[in-house]
Ligand binder design. Sequence first.
Ligand SMILES: [Zn+2]
Length: 242
Amino acid sequence: MLVATGVTLAFRSGGGSSSPGVEVEFLATPTPATGNTQPRQPTRTPSTPSTTLPPGASGFSYPIDGGCLPQDDALMPGAPREYRQGTHEGVDFYDSDNCVAIGLDTEVLAAKAGTVTRADWDYQDLTAEELAELEARVERGEGNDPDVLDAFRGRQVWVDHGNGIVTRYVHLNGIAEGVEVGGRVERGEVIGYVGESGSPESITNSGTQVHLHFEIRVGDAYLGQGLDPDQVRQLYEQAFSQ
Ligand SMILES: [Zn+2]
């Protein structure tokens, strides 16, 4: 079972059009020593982060057709989020910083073949009341609660690629027909559609946060965790090279 733990989130308000309005992140909190169901050794943040790809973390294609890595390191994994003492753990595909037009319902593609482990078919859009309650919980210091963070990630699909490698597709507007938990998807297969679900702006300023947040997880960590921005970029360039 995949459970996000040790999650933090934060808001960014008043940013430019290329600035994410809400970022949801997953810190590498080690899972409890007991009850470990991972098929491989528990993954912890290595004391010496590796600048080479772990097994199975290569051969990805971009989750947006014609897409590329954003130029702005702030949209890359490892970007500092000092205002909440966190780091960004995924790659943001915004129309404002990518190689291809990205908009509402742009197709989201499986970055690699794998097995679907999450597909939020029953997702219900946040309501203003739910958003107010979530923001109140953040104010009370409950922003790290997994259910709070999960709510802010909106509609999601997760794909398990083996070797502890999982990709997450976040803030979706919809899920592609036939994508079901336990089913297999092939690289390049349409699995969902870009949206802004789960973001506060989906209620307060609709249409301003349409983007795909895409994560490559390695066990409990994100790919490139602990590396500096240039190293992270090199690692993701390798991960996406064919
Ligand atoms: Zn993001």
